[in-house]
Every structure is written in structure tokens, then in C-alpha cells.
Design a protein around this ligand. Structure first.
Ligand code: A4P
Ligand code: MG
Length: 295
């Protein structure tokens, strides 16, 4: 089972389908030429939205579906308030806006077409296409300095306020013996499942900024810390760079992560015997976020 199979197993039972809103007429300022910036331009948008149709197929109600006419009208009202130079920027802003407004949409593909006949004289049109998606990510939180339980709570609360991040589910809290550097206090560890519109690098930057805000000093690698936030898995993403290695190299090696992922409904196979023999004590019950995933 590959890393993406692990995380996509959370979407088990989904009946993925796609709805389209095509040839949606837009009027907005968009362009770099002087004449394009004087008055609104005529554009057309084609939007394809992927979503899980299981719920609407079980019944036959618009409330359970992704409403394509609402998709079109939101696109029109959002676009007319914008003033971008690049078509790409307009497509990106639209994509983020629609993913926020339509929580059912797992990914969106937007194509914008600009009609320049007015000043080019010919029938040339220009277009740009862009895809945006909502991804699942699993974060590993750890603390072994100060009030460890409070630190895990605070980090979770701060993550919930990061724009374009929505925590969905928390694992139990585990007390774990220190690994890698054993001459340090016992850890509290917890895993968090979240949904995000951010890229993996953008998410890592947010995680590190929370660590800094909570007093994390990087004095020695693997040393004691008030808070540590690791990116364990990110949907559709694999990387082995030093700046970001995903899946986290310790994922299949640390027993507490395997257990925390099991709390989140994910099963992974340990890679070696090194997970055995670690002390791993459960100090909390499985906790879900209230108000999660309304779609
Ligand atoms: N980096 C690369 N990949 C990632 C990733 N997937 N998530 C880079 C987060 N960061 C990643 O991280 C060092 C560098 O790794 C960063 O610049 C980042 O760009 P760091 O947080 O500054 O240092 P660290 O935490 O000391 O190192 P690392 O490699 O994250 O170690 P771990 O895995 O966090 O180990 N024992 C118990 N029981 N529980 C623990 O949670 N944690 C550690 C630290 C040691 N022993 C432990 C625990
Ligand atoms: Mg770390």
C-alpha cells in the first residue's frame, strides 16, 4: 500500500463524479494593456467540479448535491469585483473562492477565455486553465517541555485558525518514551487530520510559524521542545527533499504514530521491529471535531 492509498482510504465509499458550468459569461477588469484596464472585459468561464455524489445519489435532493447554477452565479458575482492583470491570477482567486464557498467540491478545474476581438480585430481568443484541490493532511504534534497537554491543545487551536485549513479529527493523546535522544523528558503526542487548500510547503510554513509563536527554539535536533509539528502525510504528495520529506520517514517506525493513525481510521503496516518495545500509554479517548465535514 503506497502513501497515497493510506490517506485516500479515508475517502472510502465515495462515489466521485463531476459537474460542469460552461460558457459562464463574466465581466471584469483583467489584462495588462491600457485598453483592458479602462473598462470591464468580456470573458467566459468553464468550471468542472469533482465531488462525492454518494449522498445525493442516495436521495434525489438538491441540498445533497453541488448546485452547478450556484457555482455559475458565484463565479459571476466574484469575478466582477476583481481587478487582476493576469488571467492566471483571476483563475487562481476564483478557484480558491469557489473551493471555500462549496465545501463539497474536492477539486475544481477552471478555464477562463478572453475575447480580444474588440481591439485585435480578429477572432483570436486567449485562455488559461488551472486546477485547485482540497487535500487531506495528517500532522503529528509532540511536546515534552512545560505543560505538554496545554501545548498540544494550543497548537491544535492555532491550526484551526490558519486560513484555508480545517481540522477534521484528532487522535487520542499518547504519552510516549523519548526516541532518538533518550535523555529527555517523556513526550505527549497526538495526530491531527485536517483538510486544506494550502500546498504542502505553504502548510509547513504555517506549522513552523505556530512552533515559533509557541516558543520553539531550534537548539538541537531531536532535543526537548515545547511543541513540534510534523507533516506525516499529505494527499497526492510525495517528497524526499531535506526541506520536506513526506511521508515522514518515521511514519512506519514509530508505534505511537501507527496507533494515532489507527485512531483516525487509517491503517498502516509497520516497517520494522523498532516499533515494538516502546512505551505507549493512552491518556485520552478518541476525539472528533464538532461541526466537522458538513458536506
Ligand atoms: N522537514 C522535513 N520533512 C518534514 C516533515 N515531514 N515535517 C524539515 C516537518 N518538518 C520536516 O525539523 C528539521 C527540518 O526538517 C525542518 O527544517 C523542516 O523543514 P525540526 O522540527 O526543526 O527538527 P526536529 O523536530 O528536531 O527534527 P525532525 O526530523 O522533525 O525530528 P522528529 O521526527 O520530529 O523527531 N520521541 C517521542 N516519544 N515523541 C516525539 O514526538 N520527536 C522527536 C523529534 C524525537 N523523539 C521523540 C519525538
Ligand atoms: Mg519535527
Amino acid at each position: 500500500m503506497g502513501p497515497d492509498d493510506i490517506i485516500s482510504s479515508l475517502r472510502n465509499g465515495a462515489r466521485m463524479g463531476r459537474v460542469f458550468a460552461e460558457h459562464v459569461p463574466l465581466h471584469c477588469i483583467c489584462g495588462v494593456r491600457e485598453e483592458e484596464r479602462r473598462e470591464p472585459l468580456s470573458l467566459f468561464a468553464d468550471i468542472a467540479a469533482n465531488y462525492d455524489m454518494a449522498q445525493c445519489l442516495a436521495g434525489d435532493r438538491i441540498e445533497d448535491a453541488l448546485d452547478y447554477s450556484a457555482l455559475a452565479s458565484q463565479t459571476v458575482t466574484f469575478a466582477e469585483k476583481t481587478q487582476f492583470r493576469l488571467l492566471e491570477k483571476l483563475a487562481d482567486a476564483l478557484c480558491r473562492h469557489l473551493l471555500i464557498s462549496f465545501p463539497r467540491a474536492l477539486s475544481l478545474q477552471i478555464r477562463l477565455q478572453k475575447n480580444t476581438a474588440k481591439w485585435s480585430g480578429g477572432g483570436t481568443s486567449f485562455s488559461c486553465s488551472l486546477t485547485g484541490r482540497r487535500s487531506l493532511a495528517i500532522l503529528g504534534l509532540g511536546s515534552n517541555l512545560g505543560d505538554r497537554g496545554c501545548a498540544i491543545e494550543e497548537a491544535t487551536e492555532r491550526l484551526a485558525t490558519v486560513p484555508h485549513c480545517r481540522p477534521l479529527r484528532r487522535s487520542s493523546l499518547h504519552r510516549t518514551a523519548p526516541l532518538l535522544r533518550t535523555d529527555q523528558p517523556e513526550f505527549f503526542n497526538e495526530a491531527l487530520l485536517l483538510e486544506t487548500l494550502l500546498s504542502p510547503m505553504e502548510l509547513l510554513a504555517e506549522m513552523q510559524s505556530i512552533e515559533r509563536a509557541m516558543g520553539r527554539l531550534r537548539i538541537e535536533r531531536y532535543g526537548p521542545r515545547p511543541i513540534d509539528i510534523d507533516l506525516l502525510l499529505f494527499e497526492g504528495f510525495v517528497s524526499s527533499s531535506a526541506a520536506l520529506t513526506v511521508p515522514h520517514p518515521g511514519l512506519r517506525l514509530r508505534r505511537f504514530w501507527i496507533e494515532e493513525l489507527a485512531d483516525l481510521g487509517l491503517s498502516i503496516v509497520p516497517q520494522s521491529d523498532s516499533v515494538l518495545g516502546q512505551r505507549c500509554e493512552l491518556v485520552g479517548a478518541h476525539r472528533d471535531f464538532a461541526g466537522r465535514r458538513s458536506n
